[in-house]
Design a protein around this ligand. Structure first.
Ligand SMILES: [Fe+2]
Length: 232
């Protein structure tokens, strides 16, 4: 069984909670309160909340694919936590004594939010930027997704990127097909075998070194790359 990954961020804690087959949802916690980003499945979240004695106050949703929202209703019914739809216009929220900013980053689907916790150095990217790659085009356009990724590249390099899935092994194998001999990609794939969390959850700087979708500079190159990945 996959386990939670825990990161200490001063007085905050970040928990990456595996749900379903290969999704991650994220709990950001301070003292006894927590917010959740995405809710593909309720049970692992409820278990973590109980184990850590946490009260969930809000759920922020990146997009409405079932593997990101399937647990919303149960979490709402069991503990009354409110889910914030990705259709809510981009804005800033005060949560847990810090700021959470939602930004529209479509492309994987037409309506997709990412959530920035700038003071904590965290960016939850859902299926727009999945660690080592990006989401498929399932409702948005290549132009939208390319533009979204270009905007994400302007975040501070030390930002920790939190994507919606663990596809890292496949993503690095694809990346190495594109850039055979890229030592950073080889190292990330090797690290995944020893310490999956350290390879999955990396900074934007490391994503820029190892994620082919952040390494193309034109829409044409991006569109062709996305098409090759679809067939990989
Ligand atoms: Fe999705």
């Amino acid at each position: 069984m996959r386990r939670n990954f825990l990161f200490e961020l001063g007085e905050y804690t970040l928990l990456a909670v595996p749900v379903l087959r290969d999704n991650f949802v994220y709990l950001i916690c301070r003292e006894e309160q927590a917010v959740l980003i995405d809710a593909g499945e309720a049970r692992p979240v409820l278990k973590t909340l109980e184990q850590k004695n946490l009260q969930l106050t809000e759920m922020f949703i990146t997009h409405t694919h079932h593997d990101h929202v399937g647990g919303c209703r149960e979490l709402c019914e069991r503990i009354g936590a409110l889910a914030i739809s990705p259709a809510v216009e981009a804005r800033e929220y005060d949560v847990l004594g810090t700021r959470c900013r939602s930004l529209s980053k479509p492309g994987h689907v037409a309506v997709h939010k990412i959530y920035s916790f700038a003071e904590l150095g965290l960016l939850v990217t859902g299926d727009t930027l999945i660690n080592g790659a990006c989401g498929r085009l399932l409702g948005g356009t290549a132009e939208q997704l390319f533009e979204s990724l270009q905007r994400i590249k302007s975040f501070p390099d030390e930002t920790l990127i939190l994507g919606g899935h663990d596809y890292l092994e496949e993503n690095m194998r694809f990346a190495l097909e594109e850039e055979p001999g890229n030592a950073d990609m080889q190292a990330r794939l090797a690290l995944y075998q020893r310490d999956p969390a350290a390879a999955i959850f990396v900074t934007l700087a490391e994503e820029k070194r190892t994620n082919p979708f952040l390494r193309v500079d034109s829409l044409e190159a991006f569109t062709a790359l996305r098409a090759r990945k679809d067939l990989f």
